[in-house]
Design a protein around this ligand. Structure first.
Ligand code: NDP
Length: 491
């Protein structure tokens, strides 16, 4: 067994223990008795020091040009992705603390690097101000960074989600205080340390610890000028309330209950069922924009159920470190219970609930937070598995008769994050996607493996406020500033 890893806070250019010396344990979800490491448990005093350090570092960082910040971001991208031995060690640690398979932890690390490069590539576009020459004055419309940005990430995809906000915040000229989730803090914190070390002191500060102890202290700190939060609706609502005390603007990326619509003419040849599988079950289904409700034209319903069932049943459930494993455990007992309760409810109401997949090590399966990938056939719309976000390896499949009916079913939901339309006719699919209440739509795919980080990402309704990713994801970290003078006087 490997020795437990210990991670520290990072404040004002130095790795540091919590002010009271506290730390907390993180266990392996595949073997809940196995201690993977300990993370520093920050205190409100640590929060205050970190925010003040970020505030002090802000003027110098903000005054660097975009090209200079971009060059530093490229250096960061190289440092976190190019040493393959270090990347592999971090990915293995990440799998052990999180549960997800090694291929996905590698993917998260490389995604984070790509987003640093992508943000750096916006340098020229960001540097362009808009000039309006029109009576009564000439006006320059410029943008400026907001100041200290608080970045909060959940446990499910902590590094990839950091990639949706950290490089963008830095490129925009902000300094940051980052809070990883207690449920997956070690590899994200080590990665963040690598990043922080390459930047001037105070630009990136890292606070791990219990959200109930430090969460409000971060969000409500008077020197925090922007909050970018990814997590659940309930905590997002609370974060918005705390931020409101200082009129601090927020971006909230919250939950989703994404619908996928398989039309009568869908092309289900080739790897289509593998794409459907990944859409719903990647990361053991613990993805905000996983496919969570699958509506299939009645003429194709049996074909989709059979095809998906075959692919799902071939998956190997086990320890994410093993090369043969294609699905790891869920991250924590609380989330596992959400899914097992949904299964119990669907069964109690007489539904056809099919638990699939191969389990080579039943003893491990019994001790870890495992759940086989599960299909609920022709699920009633009142079931929790249809109405609520599952955030786990379970997918309800329902038939529809007309596209208008499918659209109404897709939109009859509290969330509006992502969606997908599956059709051989791309124009038809795009026309239907335009009518779905969602911030992001996929055609013939769904989820992170098909995401294009160039487009802004976020949701309608309870899925949140604002957008991450892309150019829009950078300028959200800035505010507009108009400078006006007499006609003809501005260069
Ligand atoms: P939570 O809302 O429980 O936690 C999210 C983050 O907020 C964690 O880092 C948590 O810390 C922190 N937090 C909790 N309380 C506070 C507070 N008072 N102030 C500041 N931060 C706080 O979500 P989960 O981590 O359980 O993630 C799952 C949820 O996230 C799902 O609902 C999912 O849909 C959503 N999500 C949304 C995404 C999107 O892009 N729309 C992407 C990924 C997930 P700690 O963990 O230490 O308690």
């Amino acid at each position: 067994m490997t020795d437990p890893v210990e991670t520290l806070l990072y404040i004002d250019g130095a790795a540091t223990a919590a002010s009271d010396g506290g730390s907390y344990d993180i266990f392996n979800p595949a073997r809940p008795g196995e201690l993977v490491g300990r993370a520093a448990a920050g205190t409100p005093d640590d929060v205050d020091r970190a925010v003040k350090a970020a505030h002090a570092a802000f003027p110098a960082w903000a005054s660097l040009g975009y090209e200079q910040r971009g060059a530093l971001l490229r250096k960061v991208a190289a440092a976190i992705t190019q040493d393959m031995a270090e990347v592999d060690a971090r990915a293995r640690l990440f799998t052990r603390e999180h549960g997800k398979i090694l291929r996905e932890t590698h993917l998260e690390i490389s995604r984070l690097g790509e987003r640093f490069v992508q943000s750096a590539n916006y340098a020229e576009r960001l540097a362009r101000d808009e000039m309006i020459r029109a009576a009564p004055n000439d006006t320059i419309i410029t943008r400026q960074p907001r100041g200290v940005a608080a970045l909060v990430v959940p446990w499910n995809w902590p590094l990839a989600i950091l990639g949706a906000k950290l490089p963008q915040a830095l490129m925009a000229g902000n300094t940051v205080v980052v809070k990883p989730s207690a449920n997956s803090a070690l590899a994200p914190t080590l990665t963040l340390h690598r990043i922080a070390e390459l930047l001037p002191p105070g630009v990136v500060n890292i606070l791990t610890g219990s959200a109930s102890r430090i969460g409000d202290a971060i969000i409500g700190h008077p020197l925090v000028r922007y909050v970018n939060f990814t997590g659940s609706v309930d905590v997002g609502r609370h974060v918005m309330t705390v931020a409101a005390r200082n009129i601090t603007p927020v971006t909230l990326e919250l939950g989703g209950n994404d619908a996928g619509l398989v039309l009568h003419d869908a092309d289900l040849s080739g790897d289509a069922f593998h794409r459907l599988y990944r859409a719903a079950f990647m990361s053991t289904g613990q993805i905000c924009f996983a496919l969570k409700r699958l509506y299939v034209h009645r003429s194709r319903f049996a074909q989709v159920v059979d095809g998906l069932r075959a692919v799902v049943d071939a998956q190997v459930i086990g320890d994410g470190l093993l090369p043969e494993t294609t699905m790891g455990p869920m991250n924590n007992a609380k989330q596992l219970k959400v899914v097992t309760d949904m299964i119990a409810q669907a069964r109690a109401k007489g539904h056809n609930v099919i638990e699939l997949g191969q389990v080579p090590d039943p003893a491990l399966y019994a001790q870890g937070y495992f759940q086989r990938p599960t299909l609920v056939i022709d699920a009633d719309p009142s079931l929790s598995v249809v109405r609520d976000e599952q955030f786990g390896p379970i997918l309800p499949i329902m038939p529809f008769d007309t596209e208008d009916q499918a659209l109404a079913l897709a939109n009859d939901d509290q969330f509006g994050l992502a969606s997908s339309v599956w059709s051989a006719d791309i124009d038809r699919a795009v026309a239907l996607a335009r009518r779905i209440e969602a911030g992001y739509s996929f055609i013939n795919a769904h989820g992170p493996s098909a995401q294009d980080g160039n487009g802004p990402f976020g949701g309608f309704k309870k899925s949140g406020i604002g957008r991450n990713f892309g150019y829009e994801g950078v300028i959200q970290f800035q505010g507009y500033h108009s400078i006006t003078a007499a006609p003809g006087s501005l260069a």
